[in-house]
Design a protein around this ligand. Structure first.
Ligand code: GRF
Length: 187
C-alpha cells in the first residue's frame, strides 16, 4: 500500500508516522508529502527523511477544483491509495474526496464531535471542560464530521496551561496516529 501524508505546518505528526514506519511496520510506504504551504517546516522534515514532497500552492490555481485536480494527478502518478491528513489546514473538496472515497483519514485534537474546526485545543481550554482528547476519523464532506475510527481521552488538570495541554495532546497524537494507521491498513 502506498500512502501520502498531507500537512501544512510543523509536521510533528508526519515525523511520528515516518518514525513509526521505519521498517514498514504500519503496512504501507509513505511515498509522498503533500504540502499546500511553501516553506512550511514539514517540508524540511520530509527532505531529512528522504520523502518526496509535492508542494502545490493553491494560490496559483484558479479554483479549488483545479488545485485538487493537480494534487490528484500527483497522487495517481505515485500510485497512492491512502491519504493521512496531519495538520492539513484546508477543507478537502469534492474532487479529492471523490478520487479517494473512504481512504482519507484525519487527526483532530479534541474528542469530536466536541470542538470541531480551528484551534480545538484552545477551544477546549477556554471552555473549562474537564476532559478533551484526540480523534482519528475518516473524512467526509463536512468539517471534522466523518466516521470516527478511534479516540483517546485526556483529563485537563487544574494546573494545565494551554501550552502544557497542547504538549500532552501531541504526545497522544504521536502515539495514536501510527497505531490507528496500522490497524486500518492491516484489517
Ligand atoms: C495536530 O494537532 C493535528 O491534530 C491538527 O493539526 C496539528 C498538526 O500538528 N490537525 P503537526 O504539524 O503535526 O505538529
Amino acid at each position: 500500500i502506498k500512502a501520502a501524508v498531507f500537512a501544512s505546518g510543523t509536521g510533528s505528526n508526519f515525523q511520528a508516522i515516518i518514525e513509526a514506519n521505519q521498517d514498514k511496520e504500519l503496512g504501507c510506504e509513505i511515498v509522498l508529502l503533500v504540502c499546500d504551504k511553501p516553506g512550511a517546516k514539514v517540508v524540511d522534515k520530509a527532505t531529512d527523511f528522504g520523502v518526496p514532497t509535492c508542494a502545490v500552492d493553491p494560490k496559483s490555481f484558479s479554483s479549488k477544483e483545479a488545485y485538487e485536480k493537480e494534487v490528484v494527478a500527483k497522487l495517481h502518478e505515485a500510485d497512492v491509495t491512502y491519504i493521512f491528513l496531519a495538520g492539513y489546514m484546508r477543507i478537502v473538496g469534492p474532487t479529492l474526496l471523490r478520487a479517494y472515497d473512504g481512504a482519507i483519514i484525519n487527526i483532530h485534537p479534541s474528542l469530536l464531535p466536541a470542538f470541531p474546526g480551528l484551534d480545538a485545543i484552545g477551544q477546549a481550554f477556554r471552555a473549562h471542560v474537564h476532559t478533551t482528547g484526540v480523534t482519528i476519523h475518516y473524512i467526509d464532506e463536512g468539517v471534522d464530521t466523518g466516521p470516527i475510527i478511534d479516540q483517546e481521552a485526556l483529563e485537563i488538570l487544574p494546573s494545565d496551561t494551554e501550552e502544557t495541554l497542547k504538549q500532552r495532546i501531541q504526545e497522544i497524537e504521536h502515539r495514536l496516529y501510527p497505531k490507528v494507521i496500522k490497524h486500518v491498513l492491516n484489517r
